[in-house]
Design a protein around this ligand. Structure first.
Ligand code: CAA
Length: 260
């Protein structure tokens, strides 16, 4: 598939996907969400991809939200469909990827932009970034998982404040809230993202996928996260990667989980 709104670049085992609508501050229109879904689906199925980095094009924005121009005349039904499709195609999809997704927040991450970053497994930010959920200033609420994931990440108290004030915070505050893991100068952001991705790619792909499922299990209705962990842990013992990992340890060598 040829993409209009995203760029993909693979180096080694790391796939970088750049949302590329800089004139609209990388706002997520339907076409961009479909393209991201397509690229992420391919990455999920590709053994040659060990980790994915999501970032935005240009100096100014990661993603400035859902594309307001696209939904400005929507009805109740269309609004619900926009939200439901977004959850399914992108936000829940990212969270459930079998490979870790790192959001490299290179500028504004607002509304759907912060929601996309919060769907990712790891968030890092450059020092110029600003984050927030300004939807109530537009007469709507966060519709791409923000009301749920922000509260999970920073607690309900801070989530209520951020959502109801529609305010933005800088990266120092975001880091102190636990919303981003690391803050670096803008020109060091991608190097850090690649460094973290490189560390991930040395480990067992199967175990990483199992760990993602086990951590996510705690946030799924009716699922006991501890039970999910027990099952995922046990299943690892039946994999060649477990044999390789433990054998390598006992033989005092580095494990090679990607032999082909
Ligand atoms: N949707 C569509 N276009 C957007 C956009 C968005 N979310 N954010 C920015 N743009 C466009 C602007 O309309 C402008 O386009 P034109 O040049 O054609 O007018 C261009 O990007 C540059 O933006 P600004 O001129 O506004 O740049 P600025 O530096 O003055 O301000 C900003 C930057 C503070 C990020 C401001 O653009 C802004 O507030 N953007 C909207 C942020 C927002 O409200 N996001 C939430 C969207 S709703 C949502 O995400 C719903 C959901 O959960 C599903």
């Amino acid at each position: 598939m040829d993409y209009t709104n995203i760029l993909t670049n693979q180096e080694g085992l790391v796939l970088t996907i750049t949302i590329n609508r800089p004139k609209q501050l990388n706002a997520l229109n339907k076409e961009t969400i479909n393209e991201l879904h397509h690229a992420l689906t391919a990455a999920n199925q590709d053994n040659a991809v060990g980790a994915v980095i999501l970032t935005g094009s240009g100096e100014k924005a990661f993603v400035a939200g859902a594309d307001i121009k696209e939904f400005a005349d929507f009805s109740v039904e269309k609004g619900q469909a926009l939200s439901a499709e977004g959850h399914e195609l992108l936000f829940n999809f990212v969270e459930k990827m079998t490979k870790p997704v790192i959001a490299a927040i290179n500028g504004f991450a607002l509304g759907g932009g912060l929601e996309l970053a919060m769907s990712a497994h790891i968030r890092i930010a450059s020092d110029n970034a600003r984050v927030g959920l300004p939807e109530v200033s537009l007469g709507v609420i966060p519709g791409y998982g923000g009301t749920q994931r922000l509260a999970q990440l920073v607690g309900r108290g801070k989530a209520f404040e951020m959502v109801t004030t529609a305010g933005m915070i800088g990266v120092e505050e975001a880091q102190s809230w636990g919303l981003v893991n690391h803050v670096v100068p803008h020109d060091e952001l991608m190097a850090l993202a690649n460094k973290i991705a490189g560390k991930i790619c040395k480990n067992s792909p199967n175990a990483i996928s199992a760990a993602i499922r086990a951590i996510n299990a705690n946030y799924e209705d009716g699922v006991n996260g501890y039970q999910a962990e027990i099952e995922e842990f046990g299943n690892c013992f039946g994999t060649p990667e477990f044999v390789e990992g433990t054998t390598a340890f006992l033989e005092k060598r580095k494990a090679n989980f990607r032999k082909d």
